[in-house]
Design a protein around this ligand. Structure first.
Ligand SMILES: Cc1cc2nc3c(=O)[nH]c(=O)nc-3n(C[C@H](O)[C@H](O)[C@H](O)COP(=O)(O)OP(=O)(O)OC[C@H]3O[C@@H](n4cnc5c(N)ncnc54)[C@H](O)[C@@H]3O)c2cc1C
Length: 543
């Protein structure tokens, strides 16, 4: 294979670059070792920062967030919920922080308004009623899976190519310049792709990619753990009004709420083996219930962790003090290696800006003068959203909740799912209202290969039952649709449950434990999943 630009990494940054380049008419191939949004992009709060969280300590990041917040609300409407946010002061917090936050927001151009505690409690009735003050900010939430998927779709519709489940194993060099990559995938074996430009958008793994090119780049891995509860207990993003610390934010998202986050430095060789520690769960629950006391009355659904992709540069220390700034490196300038560019740091919500910066650099190198269009053109799904909302009568006989869920996840593109065909509406996942039609659409149009990928495109298995009732239906459906053999469906089912188990395991008590026992009964008791022989060549069809 041959192309103009190779992009390594299918997180928000990589998929954003693929979109940016394709809209400028530049050919690219993105290679991702797992699925899109399977790295840090799929392991964060999904907070659409207003910038207020950084306004006191990191004014540059605050300004960046405020600007991108406004852009994303226009171009990524179906990925965003404009929930608004509150910063509340508890009796034990330093009351002077509130003034510093107001000053910081004013310096960064963030619209922050002090409101009475009574008004704050009217907005967020489950809030701790002993709060001393409240500030309202334009925080929101952003779904990282939807965002990456929409960027990928846009890139593919404009000629970009994506190869997922293939890891870059080496970088091909020719006379002091990069000239391609060698990849390995379970399905395709080894293959190479040739291009004169490679963009390293591998997040925390950027250090590894640079070392493949013989270049030194030191990342400072900082792990953050988060806990999800099974209801959406708050309407707005609730932040604690103090210097950012553990367990000081509760973010609503889709059908759930999450408490975030801890911050711990870890060894670089631990980035692929993340575990949520018991004491982190305790800290999150203890601090989360100070903000919203009811939080402990809902069921803990799962816990997960991500690693912030932050670069070690002079002045960057550790933990929360590391700068969240964007770093763009032209390795020709820094290391004398022509054709390699690295983009790291930043945040999920600055992905578009990061993509613009990296794309500006490489288009300059290959002589393409077309400017960035991503701040203006809506992502697929966010276009014509209002017209679809006004024309719901086009889908007679379909329940409002099915239409609502499909539109919520796919925006305008839901019109491709909502067909006049009853079979299309068979429920596969009732926690998240995922239908057969939505699975069919994701398999056909969203570069999806297995049930775990489908989870990222549709939220299948992400609700309260964590896959207990939808995994076998989905596995059966994929076989019925002709995507898998029975043996492949079974293996996918097993892989999916193993993946879900990682997040369920740290929170096994009470109802969660009972639910897991129920899941075990279904999959071991009825399907005998643990007894199925795993045939490594993938060809076996035995059940
Ligand atoms: C705990 C926590 C909370 C956060 N909360 C927020 C938040 O609320 N809001 C916000 O805006 N930001 C937040 N962030 C930051 C945000 O998640 C990241 O900055 C962003 O997701 C990084 O995206 P990325 O595409 O650069 O990296 P990634 O998403 O990590 O993408 C890199 C990709 O490269 C792939 N890759 C690696 N090696 C190879 C290889 N050899 N071959 C092929 N592919 C490879 C990986 O599989 C991965 O998918 C948070 C981060 C953490 C850790």
């Amino acid at each position: 294979m041959e192309t103009d630009v190779i992009i390594i990494g299918g997180g928000a940054t990589g998929t954003g670059i693929a979109r940016d380049l394709s809209l400028r008419g530049v050919r690219s191939i993105l290679v991702e070792k797992d699925d899109i949004a399977s790295g840090t992009t799929g392991r964060n709060h999904g907070l659409l920062h207003s910038g207020a969280r950084y306004a006191v300590k990191d004014i540059d990041s605050a300004v960046e967030c405020a600007r991108e917040n406004r852009i994303l609300k226009k171009i990524a409407r179906h990925c965003i919920e404009e929930t608004g946010g509150l910063f509340v002061t508890l009796p034990e917090d330093d009351p002077s922080y509130q003034d510093r936050l107001m000053d910081g927001c004013s310096n960064a151009g963030i619209k922050a308004v002090e409101i009475s505690c009574k008004d704050a409690l009217a907005i967020e009735p489950r809030l701790n009623s002993s709060i001393l003050s409240a500030i309202k900010v334009p925080d929101g939430t952003i779904d990282p899976f939807r965002l990456s998927s929409a960027n990928m779709l846009s890139a593919m519709e404009n000629g970009g190519k994506f190869i997922t489940h293939a890891a870059v194993g080496s970088i091909i060099m020719k006379g002091g310049a990069v000239s391609g990559i060698e990849c390995v995938s379970a399905k395709e074996g080894r293959f190479s792709i040739h291009a004169n430009i490679i963009i390293n958008a591998a997040g925390i793994w950027s250090q590894e990619i640079c070392s493949l090119a013989g270049i030194k780049l030191k990342m400072l891995p900082s792990k953050g753990s988060m806990l999800i509860v099974d209801y959406r207990i708050n309407r707005t993003v609730v932040n604690r009004c103090r210097v950012p610390s553990d367990g000081d934010i509760v973010v609503p998202g889709d059908t759930v709420s999450l408490i975030g986050t801890t911050s711990r430095s870890i060894e670089y060789n631990g980035i692929d083996d993340l575990r949520v520690d018991d004491d982190e769960i305790d800290i999150l629950i203890r601090n989360g219930e100070k903000l919203i006391p009811d939080i402990t009355r809902s069921r803990a659904l799962r816990a997960y962790a991500g690693v912030r992709p932050l670069l070690a540069v002079p002045g960057n220390t550790a933990g929360r003090d590391i700068s969240r700034g964007i770093v763009l490196i032209d390795h020709e300038e820094r290391d004398g290696l022509k054709g390699l560019v690295t983009i790291v740091g930043g945040k999920l919500m600055t992905y578009r800006l990061m993509a613009e910066m990296a794309s500006d650099l490489v288009t300059g190198k290959i002589g393409v003068s077309k400017k960035c269009l991503t701040a203006r053109i809506p992502l697929p799904g966010s276009e014509r959203l209002e017209s679809l909302k006004k024309n719901l009568k086009l889908f007679p006989g379909i329940s409002k909740s099915v239409i609502g869920s499909a539109m919520y996840r796919h925006g305008y593109r839901a019109s491709k799912i909502l067909k006049n065909d009853k079979k299309n509406y068979r429920q596969i996942c009732e926690c998240e209202m995922v239908t057969e039609g939505e699975i069919g659409y994701a398999m056909k149009s969203l570069n999806t290969g297995n049930i775990t990928d489908l989870r990222r495109r549709t939220r299948i298995g992400m609700g309260p039952c964590q896959g207990a009732l939808c995994t076998y239906r989905c596995a059966g459906l994929l076989n019925e649709m002709g995507h898998t053999t029975p043996g492949e469906s079974l293996r996918m089912m097993e892989e999916f449950l193993e993946e879900r188990w990682k997040g369920v395991r740290p929170v096994l008590w009470g109802d969660g434990l009972r639910e897991s026992e129920f899941t075990y009964w279904i999959y071991q008791g009825l399907f005998g999943l643990g007894n199925i022989k795993n045939d490594n060549d993938g060809s076996s069809d035995e059940i």
